[in-house]
Design a binder for this molecule. Sequence first.
Ligand code: C5P
Length: 274
Amino acid sequence: MNLFLHVGDRRPDGYHELQSLVAFTRAGDELSFAPGQEFKLDIQGPFADALTSDSDNLVLKAARALAEHAGVRDGAHIVLTKNLPVASGIGGGSADAAATLRGLAQLWNLGLPHDVLRRIGETLGSDIPVCVECKSAWMEGRGERVAVLNGIPAAAMVLVNPGVAVPTGRVFAALKERCGVGLPRPPKMQNAVELVAYLKTTANDLEAPAREIAPVIGDVLDALASRTGALLSRMSGSGATCFALFESDEFATAATRALNARNRGWWIMSSRIG
Ligand code: C5P
């Protein structure tokens, strides 16, 4: 999750300078790795149909990139259980690729440190290095400069995806107003209330252009903000998934139930960060 996302200038390579506070939820996709002569990827789970297991898949690209880097001739049998919506601004594909780098490095006993895996990941996508760490982090550059933070406060969270895909490149292209990248790293925060107070001084710069492309994002944010116990609601990444932080797990669970009862075909999940 991008708890906030500030965008700076577009660089000569086409990417934008970013600053983001990234946190990981306790829910995610699952991957398993077994020895094999060829690479084989099976995809299962609620969002399996949205993906193909051809060589375009980020998991297979990560597997091949690692094998090439390490001179490994083996393949592997990989099973991906896709629990998270795809192309939804919560780094699901990036986390899958990062997990593949870590999982195969272990399966093949490569003993590679994280910074090597991060560098391989960086060639495949901006968000992969932070997902190699899988810990709350301060992210800069185009996403490749990652500093793990000493824990940010735990907080209850509800995630909502309205089922529309907003292509990241299009959202960046539609960006007008932006906060820029001059923020210092966050202070040490003791609890969710302090975290929310800090986050209220920040924004997701991609929210406005994403809402222009997919106005339903505004409905999602309103629906989250109006639930009892909601402390802050915001979009993650380039959308369309939005989240709200809640005062307690009980409020988050109640909000999930109430939002689900409307049955608008939205994907709704309560989880935790920190
Ligand atoms: O690196 P990744 O493949 O995730 O980026 C997808 C697209 O998002 C890029 O092609 C670019 O248009 C945009 N992007 C950007 N600046 C970043 C990260 C992504 O402009 N820092």
